[in-house]
Design a protein around this ligand. Structure first.
Ligand code: FAD
Length: 522
């Protein structure tokens, strides 16, 4: 009976949304749902807010929510969730950090988008607070709404830094902790989700929980890599270490993938042996002769022609990046350590390039690209990306079947392909994130930028070809930042963890209201 009444209400609201002005429709919506008085002013149906909430960095999926909720405190988030749960048919709530998902993961059609950014305008959010204790043990308490660039800037004031970052820092803390948060440093310190001491979470039941490996650990492990399914992360306690001031970057070029990946795995094995020579960051990039424009800005102008010729000759050149962090006083030592590392590697002779940068400049390097591309209209375009983890035992098959046979042969230019290995033992299996069942696996990122919808389709077809190839060749990849999956595909994605994931959903968000844009339970 209640659901019949509710569906009538829904019909009236739907009609009102098309017949009334936005302000009238907003009033109708509020009066039909009777939000508590203190919550009502925090819902907005301002067209600009709705427009922003109905798109993301991917520009592939678009869903318009009923309203956007702008919290002024963590208490408002609990009230919003409690309000939804109190209705006969609760509305969905899509927590939105910086909206840098690429497949609508932070969207909801007809539900409410919880705009976390709004919290950063208020003192009642957690902000960023650095604390230090005797023996130099330090951490930062940071609001889930904060961007990593702000965390970096705040901690650097104390000459401290988090250990684990993503390659781009204008992402929210809650957003990356809901996925994993990885980059070329993950082999050494693990993903960002392995670098959290404590969290505050408002669960899908509206309960405010402080959790850690010792306290309410089930919530803690559920939300880390939990794709926003179990709660809203409102604070994270992040361990800090002394910040280096400089970085030494080396690029080594290879025409042979087997040698390239063998050298990458050799470099990450140093860390396992606790060797002080270990690199701080290992990355890998493909230079493809079908890229619309090769970014050779790292290399001296005088060398760019011979690098281009190499790419033309071989079709693909693999670039191994080694980065060593150092303080001004230890430059010579850092460079000697890198020289020791490089001695054992088999790159193409004479194709080694070096650069120094400040620590901040290095961490924030993608933002420099954003500033360059934005005025040319090349940053805010559709991004049909494909990101995945590939087990080490099959990475050579992946190179042959995907890089050479699909990406190179299909000749659709890409924005860039990155490939680098990680150690499984830096991940905690109790967390919700899923990774391949091998000690070493690779992050493979295919960053497409499309000029229009036709191109999006081309890239989506290519992405499907790649996934199909992996399936046919029985390469047990795990997608990262996945989206657009059917329920059955999600069950397969989580594999052995599905039952746990489903049980956690039933326990912490029984009405299945949170993060519907992931498409896991809706
Ligand atoms: P949103 O897109 O706003 O949200 C993502 C998901 O998290 C949604 O399901 C949302 O509901 C949920 N969510 C958001 N905030 C919270 C919260 N406080 N509590 C609970 N759930 C929440 N990833 C990497 O790992 N490494 C990289 O190097 C990397 N580089 C990137 C570079 C660029 C240019 C871009 C666009 C993305 C990159 N990513 C990278 C992916 C990125 O980490 C994810 O897309 C991340 O979710 C973005 O954070 P966001 O704040 O924009 O999250």
């Amino acid at each position: 009976m209640l659901s019949i009444v509710f569906s009538k209400v829904t019909m009236v609201l739907w009609l009102s949304s098309i017949l009334l002005t936005p302000a009238q429709s907003h009033q109708r919506w509020l009066s039909a749902f009777h939000p508590p008085k203190d919550l009502a002013p925090k819902f907005t149906r301002n067209p600009q807010a709705l427009l922003l909430a109905s798109t993301d960095y991917g520009h592939v999926v678009h869903k318009t929510p009923w309203a956007v909720f702008e919290p002024c405190s963590v208490g408002d988030i609990s009230s919003l969730i409690n309000f939804s749960n109190s209705l006969p048919t609760p509305f969905t709530i899509a927590t939105r950090g910086q909206g840098h998902s690429v497949l609508g993961q932070a969207m909801t059609r007809d539900g409410v988008v919880l705009n976390m950014t709004h919290l950063s305008n208020f003192k009642h959010g957690s902000g960023i607070l650095v604390s230090c204790f005797p023996l130099g043990y330090c951490y930062a308490d940071v609001g889930g709404e904060q961007m990593w660039i702000n965390v970096l800037n705040a901690t650097l004031k104390h000459e401290l830094t988090p250990l684990s970052f993503t390659n781009y820092l204008y992402l929210s803390v809650g957003g990356t902790l809901s996925n994993a948060g990885i980059n070329g440093r993950t082999f050494r310190f693990g993903p960002q989700i392995s670098n959290v001491l404590e969290l505050d979470v408002v669960t899908g039941k509206g309960e405010f929980v402080t959790c850690s490996p010792e306290k309410n650990s089930e919530v803690f492990y559920a939300v880390l890599g939990g794709l926003g399914q179990f709660g809203v992360i409102t604070r994270a306690r992040i361990p800090l270490a002394p910040a280096p001031t400089k970085v030494y970057r080396i690029h080594l070029l290879y025409n042979n993938f087997t040698t390239f990946s063998k050298d990458q795995e050799y470099l990450i094995s140093f860390n396992e042996r606790n060797d002080t020579n270990a690199a701080d960051f290992i990355d890998g990039q493909l230079l493809l002769n079908n890229q619309s424009s090769l970014d050779l800005s790292f290399y001296p102008t005088s060398d760019q022609q011979r690098i281009t010729s190499l790419v033309t000759q071989y079709g693909i050149i693999y670039v191994l990046e080694i980065v060593k962090y150092y303080d001004n006083n230890f430059e010579a030592r850092a460079k000697q350590e890198v020289a020791n590392l490089v001695k054992g590697l088999s790159f193409l002779p004479t194709f080694m390039f070096k650069r120094d940068a400040s620590y901040e400049e290095f961490l924030d390097r993608l933002h420099a690209l954003e500033l360059l591309l934005t005025p040319q209209g090349l940053w805010d375009v559709p991004h049909p990306w494909l990101n995945m983890f590939v087990p080490s035992s099959r990475i050579s098959d992946f190179n042959e079947g995907v890089f050479k046979d699909i990406i190179l042969k299909q000749n659709i230019s890409t924005g860039g392909c990155f490939v680098y290995p990680m150690n499984r033992n830096k991940w905690d299996d109790r967390m919700s994130a899923v990774i391949p069942e091998e000690d070493v696996f690779y992050s493979v990122d295919i960053f497409h930028s499309a000029s229009g919808l036709d191109e999006v389709e081309k890239y989506q077809v290519q992405n499907q070809n790649i996934l199909q190839f992996c399936k046919d060749a029985d390469i047990k990849i795990k997608e990262y930042l996945a989206g657009n999956k059917t329920h059955q595909e999600w069950v397969e994605h989580f594999g052995l963890k599905w039952k746990l994931f489903e049980d956690r959903k039933a326990k912490f968000d029984p009405n299945k209201i949170l993060s519907p844009g992931q498409g896991i339970f809706q």
